[in-house]
Design a protein around this ligand. Structure first.
Ligand code: A3P
Length: 322
């Protein structure tokens, strides 16, 4: 076993040496693996996921760039899909006792990202299984591409996503590393050198897939879910093949899911005030402001001009943000 681990480390090291690298956020090296930037442990985790994950036809994958509303979408999807097993208004609902990242694990962090390189048995998870990922669309495992499983992508205005990511990242950085300044993070972001970036190719990968295969990929926006949660939630349930019945709607079920997953409710839960994910990241860091437009409090005029230009250049023709 020890020899196998050593061989794996050598292989990993060789692969890393062959990849383009740049100093990323907080002066740590990031590597360009399959056209996206990530820190070394994620390269190995992504390879393991690509090699081992076997999708089932009824799996659901929640995909996003970090800080786009993943925590919220995972909760909404879980509460909707499992509503017959767990009544959303119940005092024992799993989302009241566990953070949604614990209930809906990430492939690259929780499932295939363990330091022990153990491949978990996922076959016994109750169906439909729900997973999360920040891995870009082209790098998802073949079995996800080839099965009938469904993907829901949540996209957020890059201005807000950037500010949220900067806050989160500097909060979780070990104290041994230098502080991540807004300016440093911003430069990297505009060049596409940030975790799972460039943001424009990540967004476009899922956007194009949602146009090519609308029954496989649903593209949602954080701002639209915020503005009309009821409508977007029903759209999601319809897409997942479990639309709400008239009786469910008139009986207040949709409203109780929205309430259960609301920012205010989730932020105030004891588990989200004091709990941790995988004993590492404190749950409270996933709930900051939960607003749209907070970026105005941080951007200087020159930053606005610079990021607007990048968005216009890379995403302008798709009319996604303006
Ligand atoms: P802010 O930092 O702007 O507040 P992710 O879940 O992808 O990590 O994204 C985190 C962002 O979503 C944070 O944004 C967080 O506050 C916000 N968020 C978390 N839960 C939410 C909820 N239930 N409703 C709305 N926004 C939520």
């Amino acid at each position: 076993m020890k020899e196998e681990e050593e061989a794996l480390c050598e292989e990993e090291e060789e692969l890393l040496q062959s990849l383009p690298k740049e100093k990323g956020w907080a002066s740590q090296y990031m590597y360009l693996y399959q056209q996206f930037w990530c820190f070394p442990p994620l390269v190995q985790a992504t390879i393991s996921f690509q090699k081992h994950f076997q999708a089932k036809h009824n799996d659901i994958v929640i995909a996003s760039l970090p800080k786009s509303g993943t925590t919220w979408l995972k909760a909404l999807a879980f509460a909707t899909v499992k509503r017959h097993r767990f009544v959303p208004s119940s005092q024992n609902h799993p989302l009241l006792n566990s953070n949604s990242h614990t209930i809906v694990p990430f492939f690259e962090f929780n499932i295939y990202g363990g330091e022990d390189n153990v491949i978990p048995d996922l076959s016994t998870i109750p169906e439909p299984r729900i997973f999360g990922t920040h891995i870009p669309f082209p790098s998802l495992s073949h079995s996800i591409h080839n099965s009938n499983c469904k993907i829901i992508y949540i996209c957020r205005n890059p201005f807000d996503a950037f500010i949220s990511h900067w806050h989160f990242f500097k909060t979780i950085l070990p104290s041994s590393l230098p502080t991540l300044t807004l300016e440093e993070a911003f430069e990297g972001y505009c060049e596409g050198i940030h975790p799972f970036g460039p943001f424009w190719s990540h967004i476009l990968g899922y956007w194009n897939a949602s146009k090519d295969k609308p029954s496989k990929v649903l593209f949602l926006k954080y701002e639209e879910i915020k503005a009309n949660t009821n409508f977007e939630l029903k759209r999601m349930a319809q897409f997942l093949g479990c639309p709400f019945t008239k009786e469910e709607e008139s009986g207040g079920l949709v409203d109780s899911i929205i309430e259960l997953c609301s920012f205010k409710k989730m932020k105030e839960l004891e588990i989200n005030k004091s709990g941790k994910i995988a004993n590492l990241i404190e749950n409270k860091h996933f709930f900051r402001k939960g607003e749209t437009g907070d970026w105005v409090n941080y951007f200087s005029p020159s930053m606005i001009e610079k990021l607007s230009k990048v968005i216009e250049e890379k995403l302008g023709e798709f009319g996604l943000f303006f």
